[in-house]
Design a protein around this ligand. Structure first.
Ligand code: PMP
Length: 398
């Protein structure tokens, strides 16, 4: 007899990005030389001054429970960061520290969404959003964006998507998987459409520090008083400080929302790891600028190279990455081909055949809502990028 699994759990598939990485790891374990473009984590180590702060905290006995929403020192440091860098005036009570940005997304949705609510979700979207929307009992109202508009939702599309059930708009800029960033003017025009509605904006700003060229980053909540009132600003330590394994994210927003998240958290997980929180205070306080900038510059160099190489491959079109560490080329002109016996019907077939035949791991666009595209992460060395793109080119040119 099969044991019962809840409908809730049955309805949530494993993360597609993790599936590709697992298969690539399997091949690597068999001794195959796989080039991995699947990474969602910076390939740099956490800066030493942050590690040292965690060790100090451990030695000082910071090993017990804290307030569920996080230590006041960290909530204060985050509020100060948001004021200084983002022009946002939140009190420490308007900040909740979570166990990673993913947890912040989940908890924010649990705090404000009800069954029947609709969340406006532009493509391409991070794979976790539709699942967390589902887990909150709400429905994704997916808005298909267009390459001609840089894959960004337009004010007209937003107007069209709004219904009396709309409860939230999801904005993720810089974007995973798209590698694009909304301009301040684009965000402003979206914010204006929402005026007079009671729709929340969940603004996932986790890639804030990773922007390239003359790209300008603004926080959605800073656009206007109206935007400030409706926005839940989401950020974390994973990408900016290369701290993915530390599991620290945060949300800031309207006091009632943050309080509700704190209440949920007090029963779900309690506080984020205590000594990690103390290290995070240091991460924000100490002059982190240099370490972050060195990472950013290196990502920019790799992103430019990857974009150029991709555009040099026949039937591949890639817009320059302006943020995060992803290229998201359209490879659909190869669909319908048969490559070495593999029929390429869409991005899933493309990724599978490329991995099996040419030992290059990338992530299909389908789970991000864009089947024409595939995602390549440039969070790996230039040498690996060169090798992987040589293989991709050769594979497609047959
Ligand atoms: N938002 C986006 C868009 C992401 O890509 C990620 C990481 N893949 C996160 C949030 C969450 O990261 P973490 O849970 O490590 O803070």
């Amino acid at each position: 007899m099969g044991m019962k699994i809840s409908k809730r759990a049955q309805n949530v598939p494993a993360s597609a990005t993790i599936a590709v990485t697992s298969r690539a790891q399997e091949l690597k374990a068999q001794g195959v030389d796989v080039v991995g473009f699947g990474a969602g984590a910076p390939d740099f180590d956490t800066p030493d001054y942050i590690k040292d702060a965690a060790i100090e905290a451990l030695k000082a006995g910071k090993t017990k429970y804290t307030a569920a929403s996080g230590i006041i020192e960290l909530r204060t440091a985050i509020a100060e960061k948001l004021q200084k860098e983002n022009g946002l005036s939140y009190t420490p009570e308007q900040v909740v520290v979570n166990i990673g940005g993913k947890h912040s997304v989940y908890e924010a949705m649990q705090a404000v969404l009800d069954p029947g609510d609709e969340v406006i979700l532009p493509t391409p979207y991070w794979v976790t959003y539709p699942e967390t929307i589902k887990l909150a009992g709400a429905t994704s109202k997916i808005v298909q964006t267009d390459k001609s508009n840089g894959y960004k939702i337009t004010p007209d599309q937003l107007k069209e998507a709004l219904t009396d059930k709309s409860a939230m708009l999801l904005i993720n800029s810089p974007n995973n998987p798209g590698g694009f960033t909304y301009t301040p003017a684009e965000l402003k025009s979206l914010a204006e459409v929402l005026e007079g509605t009671d729709v929340y904006v969940l603004s996932d700003e986790i890639y804030e520090k990773l922007i390239y060229g003359d790209t300008e980053f603004v926080s959605f909540a800073s656009l206007s008083k109206d935007a400030f009132g409706r926005t839940i600003t989401l950020n974390g330590f994973s990408k900016a400080f290369s701290m993915t394994g530390w599991r620290l994210g945060y949300a800031a927003g309207p006091p009632d929302v943050i309080k509700a998240m704190g209440r949920l958290q007090s029963h779900m997980t309690s506080n984020p790891t205590t000594f990690a929180q103390y290290a995070a205070v240091e991460a924000l306080g100490a002059p982190a600028g240099e370490a972050i900038e060195a990472m950013r510059v290196e990502f920019e160099r790799r992103g430019q190279y990857m974009t150029e190489r991709l555009n040099g491959i026949e039937g591949v079109q890639c817009t320059a990455s302006t943020g995060a560490f992803y290229c998201f080329p359209d490879v659909s002109s190869h669909y319908g081909r048969n490559i070495n016996g593999a029929q390429i019907g869409g991005s899933m077939d493309f990724a599978k055949a490329l991995l099996e035949q040419a030992n290059v791991a990338l992530v299909p666009g389908l789970p991000f809502g864009c089947d024409k595209n595939v995602r390549l992460s440039f969070a790996c060395s230039l040498e690996q990028i060169t090798k992987g793109l040589d293989r991709l080119q050769e594979w497609l040119n047959q």
